[in-house]
Design a protein around this ligand. Sequence first.
Ligand SMILES: [Zn+2]
Ligand SMILES: [Zn+2]
Ligand SMILES: [Zn+2]
Length: 140
Amino acid sequence: MSSAHRIGSLLTTEGHRLTTGRRAVVEAALASDDLFSVADVQRLVPRIGRATVFRTMRLLVDLDLVCRVRLEDGSLRYRLRVAPEHHHHLVCTGCGSVEDFSDCGVDAVSKTLAGRTKYEIQGHRLELYGLCPTCCVSSG
Ligand SMILES: [Zn+2]
Ligand SMILES: [Zn+2]
Ligand SMILES: [Zn+2]
């Protein structure tokens, strides 16, 4: 089964209708680079409305099929979700490649903070930026 089919059947299982527009967006997302933007998807499906692209991407994020990745400049990219568990992204500022990591250690900080502030902490976001080994070599 292709990834598009897998995602399609998952959406249907979750009770979402896979309209032609949504299917086109899913296929465009699968055909995109490792990190892609809504504009990248739109270029691949110029006939699909911007709102449909946004809604479909949001749905894919909600279903944990796609990750949102915040770049260092604050702009947003998407990435097909590889790791099913809680994880974060290590983003190369040179070439844009992404590495997942799950051992973030923030849970311990959350617990301490919850104890001190009496907050019920519900989650956290963390993105790290740097140069991947390949970019380190090429930058000397
Ligand atoms: Zn991810
Ligand atoms: Zn790199
Ligand atoms: Zn974490």
